[in-house]
Write a protein that binds this ligand. Structure first.
Ligand code: MN3
Length: 201
C-alpha cells in the first residue's frame, strides 16, 4: 500500500493575506506531492513497503536518506497543514495557555522564543513546540527531520510545527523569514494544538 496526498483541509486562498494562495498551491500540490511520490518510489519493493509513516519516521537513523527525507517531508507537511486554519490565530486557552506560561513566562515570550528558533535555524528546516517529559519545549530540526525521529537532537511529541524552508514563504516574504514567522500567528490553529497537547501529556 502506498502513501497518498490528502487534500488541504481548507481552500488554497483561505490563509490569505498571511500565506498567499500561490504559495499554498505550490507548497501542497508540488512540494508535498513530491515527498509522497518520492517516498513511494523509495520504499517500493523494500522491507519498508507497508510500514506506517510513524514507523518509518521512528527509525529515520537506520533507513535510507531518501526514505528519511521524503518520509519526514510527508509527515511534517501533513502535520503543518493541520496546524494552520483560516479565522484562527489569537491566543491559546485553558491547560495549554497555562503550560505555555509555565514553560516560557508568557505567551508573548513564547512567541519571541519560537520565532528566534525558527529564524536561527540555518538553511532549511522546521521549528517545533513539543511535549518532553510532560513539559513544553521549543526545538528545531534541519531538512525534513522532526522530533519523533531517533536522530533528533531534542526528541519529544510535537504539538505545533512550522516550516521554515524558503518555499514556505519566499513568494510573499522573499528573504524575510522573520516577517513570515510574525504573520504565521494569525493562522495557527490553537484548537488543534490544544487537542494534541491533551493527547501528549
Ligand atoms: Mn515545506
Amino acid at each position: 500500500m502506498s502513501f497518498t496526498l490528502s487534500p488541504l483541509p481548507y481552500a488554497h486562498n483561505a490563509l490569505e493575506p498571511h500565506i498567499d494562495e500561490l504559495t499554498m498551491q505550490i507548497h501542497h500540490g508540488k512540494h508535498h506531492q513530491a515527498y509522497v511520490t518520492n517516498l513511494n518510489n523509495a520504499i517500493a519493493g523494500t522491507v519498508n513497503e507497508g510500514k506506517t509513516i510513524e514507523e518509518l519516521v521512528a527509525v529515520a537513523g537506520s533507513i535510507s536518506p531518501a526514505v528519511r527525507n521524503n518520509g519526514g517531508g510527508h509527515w511534517n507537511h501533513t502535520f503543518f497543514w493541520e496546524s494552520l486554519a483560516p479565522n484562527a490565530g489569537g491566543t491559546p486557552t485553558g491547560d495549554l495557555a497555562a503550560a505555555i506560561d509555565a514553560a516560557f513566562g508568557s505567551f508573548e515570550e513564547f512567541k519571541t522564543k519560537f520565532a528566534t528558533a525558527g529564524t536561527t535555524r540555518f538553511g532549511s528546516g522546521w521549528v517545533w513546540l513539543i511535549v518532553k517529559d510532560g513539559k513544553l519545549e521549543i526545538s528545531s530540526t534541519p531538512n525534513q527531520d522532526n522530533p519523533l525521529m531517533d536522530v533528533a537532537e531534542v526528541k519529544g511529541t510535537p504539538i505545533l510545527g512550522v516550516d521554515v524552508w524558503e518555499h514556505a514563504y519566499y513568494l510573499k516574504y522573499q528573504n524575510k523569514r522573520p516577517d513570515y514567522l510574525a504573520a504565521i500567528w494569525n493562522v495557527i490553529n490553537w484548537n488543534k494544538v490544544a487537542e494534541r497537547f491533551a493527547a501528549a501529556k
